[in-house]
Design a binder for this molecule. Structure first.
Ligand SMILES: Cc1cc2nc3c(=O)[nH]c(=O)nc-3n(C[C@H](O)[C@H](O)[C@H](O)COP(=O)(O)OP(=O)(O)OC[C@H]3O[C@@H](n4cnc5c(N)ncnc54)[C@H](O)[C@@H]3O)c2cc1C
Length: 490
């Protein structure tokens, strides 16, 4: 990869104008570190194009000069996916000025959004048209459509609607040679061979820059009921999900597991939060059901679960404000963990039915192997995906993740792999897990990944160092220590 020559930077500056080009360290600083504050990179400039034509021109110029590009949306990646390396050679391509919803067809249930549209803004616009975009997550105020597409994001409604992959009908993207792939048409049937749209979903910016996407909208919910329930074990939580599905069918849209440890962290670190249940329980679940009048069937189903002893206590939100307060508890877990101290974080999945026993056994194994650690596993139990985070022993300093965390993570990932699971359920690989993917990925999958990358981006200008492990395992950054080895501030 080459450092961009002054002549190239001049061309880009005049192409993009003052609003779209900066080399000012102060302007660039917030975009050079990841949300967790774990990765700190450098860039020769930050480009903020306003149109897809400008992106085409940027990519053509940079492909010719073999200059690396790092696509960036809301910079809420959990795996350092949007942070450039420390060489300072790359250019960040931010989509923050591409915020237009090009069209919204309520009848057809389709919205064509530019890459920089923020998820919460799409929610609001769709709702005003009597529709909704059925994917949400804690970072909805900053995550963009381009980032969500490129990470195949999941979130709290996957149970019913699936991840981004299930909701993207078309994609427009600039490929690594600067050609424009115009695939926005929402075709239900299209069998012209390899599906480039699906290839770009989850590609983490390594195969091109997504400029727009056609997304599925569903009818706005006639009503919603949100409940908080306490159970004795993760296995009981899975049983409760099955009971609710039998009683309410596909009205159950969210089923989020919140252990006592996670709730305690939120109550301690997030002002204005309180425990929904009178007495503390080992496991909590946040349930959302939708429909014309979902309160009544949800309350009835929970009452039956209470009577049978499956549920220890439960409360159905009496108002929208209370429903939002319940969701705030769930959505604040990552923030509260961050405030609490160091933790080795893992976004893992196993088969849905295996998750409860896996969590119990894996937590016991980790805590026995690494004295003083505390497992905080929470999230999308109904999808077989939890954030299996291992908190450092009390009093551990900020260097714990770098000194011990890699060993902890390798241990967790080995357990997940042995259980037939995935080391990345929804956050992607980014730079954080490239080494682990190289270590644990099966050779056929890794060879195919590399071959696709080579075919579409032979000069490796698109988000180099992310997602695709190098052939030589010695070149793949190990899980945490890569930061220290590269001289990157932990
Ligand atoms: C509090 C919090 C909660 C979260 N909860 C969830 C959750 O429940 N489920 C979940 O899946 N994720 C979750 N995330 C992770 C994150 O929000 C998602 O990965 C999101 O999709 C990233 O969107 P972004 O716009 O911020 O992308 P960025 O962080 O800017 O980029 C993410 C990746 O996509 C690439 N990219 C960005 N835009 C483009 C583009 N236009 N074209 C090509 N590549 C592009 C980047 O290069 C990078 O590899 C959470 C994050 C936070 C901070």
């Amino acid at each position: 990869m080459a450092y961009p020559a002054p002549a190239l930077l001049d061309k880009l500056a005049s192409l993009l104008g003052a609003k779209g080009f900066t080399r000012d360290p102060g302007d660039m600083a917030p975009w050079l570190s990841d949300w967790r504050g774990r990765y700190h990179g450098a860039a020769a400039a930050m480009l903020s194009p306003a149109t897809r034509e400008e992106i085409v021109e940027i990519v053509r110029l940079c492909a010719a000069a073999q200059v690396a590009l790092v696509p960036q949306g809301g910079n809420s990646s959990m795996v350092g996916g949007a942070t450039p390396d420390s060489s300072g050679e790359a250019l960040i391509v931010s989509t923050r000025r591409m915020k237009r919803i090009r069209s919204l067809d309520a009848e057809a249930g389709l919205a064509v959004c530019e890459a920089g549209v923020i998820l919460a803004d799409l929610h609001a616009t769709a709702l005003a048209a009597g529709r909704r975009f059925p994917l949400t997550l804690g970072a909805k105020g900053s995550a963009t459509i381009g980032g969500l597409v490129s990470t195949n994001a999941g979130g709290t409604q996957v149970l019913r609607f699936g991840p981004m992959r299930a909701l993207v009908q078309g994609i427009e993207a600039v490929l690594p040679d600067g050609s424009l792939f115009e695939g926005l048409t929402a075709l239900r049937k299209d069998n012209r061979g390899y599906d480039l749209r699906q290839l770009l979903i989850g590609a983490e910016g390594t195969l091109g820059i997504v400029t727009a996407a056609t997304l599925t909208l569903v009818p706005a919910a006639a009503g919603r009921a949100v409940a908080w329930a306490g159970v004795a074990s993760a296995t009981d939580a899975t049983r409760l999900l099955r009971h609710l599905e039998a009683a309410l069918g596909d009205a159950v849209e969210s089923f989020e597991l919140v252990p006592k440890s996670a709730l305690d962290l939120v109550l301690a670190h997030v002002p204005g939060t309180w425990a929904p249940l009178a007495a503390a329980v080992p496991w909590n679940v946040l349930i959302e059901a939708v429909g014309p009048n979902p309160d009544e069937p949800l309350s009835r189903a929970l009452a039956i679960a209470l009577e049978s002893g499956l549920v220890a206590d439960a409360v159905v939100a009496a108002s929208e404000a209370q429903a939002q307060a319940f969701w705030r508890l769930r959505d604040s877990i990552s923030e509260a963990e961050k405030k609490d101290g160091p933790a080795a974080k893992h976004d893992i999945s196993v088969a849905v039915g295996d998750m409860a026993p896996f969590m119990t056994e894996a937590a016991a194994a980790v805590e026995a192997r690494f004295a003083g650690t505390r497992v905080n596993a929470f999230g999308h139990l109904g999808d077989g995906n939890v954030h299996f985070n291992v908190r450092a022993p009390e009093g551990a300093g900020p260097g714990w993740v770098e000194s011990i965390g890699e060993e902890v993570s390798a241990f967790v990932h080995d357990l997940v792999t042995a259980a037939g699971g995935s080391i990345s359920a929804e956050h992607g690989i980014g730079q954080m897990k490239v080494g682990e993917l190289a270590r644990l990925g099966d050779p056929a999958r890794l060879d195919a990944l590399r071959a696709i990358k080579r075919a579409l981006d032979p000069a490796n200008i698109m988000n180099p160092g992310k997602l695709v492990p190098p052939v030589d395992p010695m070149e793949a950054p190990s899980f945490h220590q890569s930061l220290a080895q590269k001289g990157v501030r932990p």
